[in-house]
Design a protein around this ligand. Structure first.
Ligand code: ADP
Ligand code: ASP
Ligand code: MG
Length: 423
């Protein structure tokens, strides 16, 4: 007998019929004798609607009340999932974040889970109940409802899996695994059988929204076996968990690198749109200049991503270019212009929205030179201009114009031999 956490995303609980279908997956595991915690997202589109309502109510609003509103979607799906399970003869009970409790920081809108006391979940599972837990939400030290940031139900699921020491955390979604790139952009994308935590972490943080980045971080830290699979599969055709806990079915297993025999140089390609770029020219090149630029941005809670700095020939001034989300562009320009009047000396400031960051990721890059060079060649073959470049041990990213994003992803996917072979 194993303990399994089963997470269902928005499209997997989009209406009562889909909830019934998801519940049949749950029933299969229960019938096989396993203890099960289910974690649910809001019905598809619901969170967007709730977020829009808070904005309509007031453009600038109290983050605590934002959380009170947007967390409600998950409560609806958890209750409905329990009702449907009960109707199928599977004893089930729903729990909101505060009831478990899922304790979080008080950073409303993007809270971090700090602790989950598993006692109640253990008690209820031991009593033969399926625990249906709301994803995406928790409770702050002040006893208020918090939410974990968009896509946060993945993180709820992994955190619950770690707390109840689950043998596996199954993320049921609308694709049948993690693909070499978003299968909605590149139909020739292939499902990856096994992917390392490190690669999945890079893919998630660089734009593959199939898993929330924090969920992968947490799974890696807590050694949670994570499987991404489709809720659209026929629940009766999927083989149950093997005797020794091995995964026998479809989907993608996210696991330690040493569980993967064949190491790809490039495992995946990602795309993140809506990246803005700002350039400061003729910045006086004193020690501490970078701090003078990025300090005010950090104080304004603006997250800076790629940074490039060029020293001028005479060594007296420097040009600094960096990227931020499009949504922060106006704020960042204002902050820097204000700094220009006080603490920071520069000749000019310019910038534009509408960039896309395209990345190639693979653990094989550690031992293979030339991936960056070949990436630049593949893009230049398509006449795509590269504006910025960053690299790390297992990834290379470039900033390009958004309108070429799909073309670039397809070109790189083909270039690195990731296209699925025609049958
Ligand atoms: P859920 O509602 O189940 O959480 P999401 O919409 O958050 O589902 O994530 C699933 C989506 O992620 C897929 O429909 C797919 O379009 C997208 N996606 C982006 N990159 C990838 C990738 N590399 N592999 C699989 N899916 C991806
Ligand atoms: N419902 C939330 C969202 O749409 C959380 C999630 O689906 O993971 O972001
Ligand atoms: Mg999601």
């Amino acid at each position: 007998m194993a303990t399994i956490v089963m997470k269902f995303g928005g499209t997997s609980v989009a209406d009562i019929e889909r909830i019934r279908h998801a519940a049949r997956h749950v029933k299969r595991e229960v019938d096989a004798g396993h203890k099960v915690c289910v974690v649910v997202s809001a019905m598809s589109g619901k969170t967007n609607e709730l977020v829009a309502w808070t904005r309509e109510a007031a453009a600038v609003h109290d983050a605590r009340e934002y959380d009170a509103v947007v967390a409600s979607g998950e409560q609806v799906s958890a209750g409905l999932m329990s009702i449907v399970l009960q109707e199928m003869g599977v004893p089930a009970r729903s729990f909101a974040g505060w009831q478990v409790p899922i304790e979080t920081s008080d950073a409303h809108g993007s809270a971090r889970i700090t602790n989950i006391d598993p006692k109640l979940l253990f008690d209820r599972m031991d009593a033969g109940l399926v625990c249906v837990v709301t994803g995406f939400q928790g409770v702050s030290p002040h006893g208020r409802i918090t939410t974990l940031g968009r896509g946060g139900s993945d993180t709820s699921a992994v955190a619950v899996a770690a707390a109840v020491e689950a043998d596996r955390c199954d993320i049921y979604t609308d694709v049948d695994g993690v693909y070499t790139t978003d299968p909605r952009i590149v139909p020739k994308a292939q499902r990856i059988e096994r992917i390392s935590f490190e690669e999945m972490l890079e893919m998630a943080s660089l734009g593959a929204k199939v898993l929330q980045t924090r969920s992968v971080e947490l799974a890696m830290a807590k050694k949670v076996r994570l499987v991404v699979r489709s809720s659209f599969d026929d629940p009766d055709q999927v083989p149950p968990l093997g005797e020794n806990g091995d995964w026998q079915g479809p989907g993608t297993l996210v696991c330690d690198e040493d569980e993967i025999m064949e190491k790809q140089i490039v495992s995946g390609v990602t795309c993140a749109k809506s990246e803005a770029k700002i350039t400061l020219r003729g910045v006086k090149d004193n020690p501490g200049v970078a701090a003078a630029v990025f300090g005010p941005l950090a104080d304004a809670q603006i997250v800076v991503d790629m940074i490039v700095q060029n020293i001028s020939d005479d060594g007296k001034s420097t040009d600094i270019t960096f990227t931020i989300p499009d949504a922060e562009f106006d704020k960042a320009m204002t902050v820097l212009k204000e700094a220009g009047e006080t603490s920071l000396e520069f000749d000019s400031i310019s910038g534009s929205k509408g960039g896309a960051k395209i990345s190639v990721i693979g653990v094989g890059m550690r031992s293979h030179a030339g991936v960056a060079a070949s990436m630049f060649r593949a893009l230049s073959d398509k006449s795509i201009n590269i504006q910025l470049i960053t690299t790390s041990e297992i990834k290379t990213s470039v900033l390009i114009e958004e309108e070429y994003a799909e073309l670039a992803v397809r070109a790189l996917h083909t270039y690195y031999g990731l296209d699925i072979e025609e049958a």
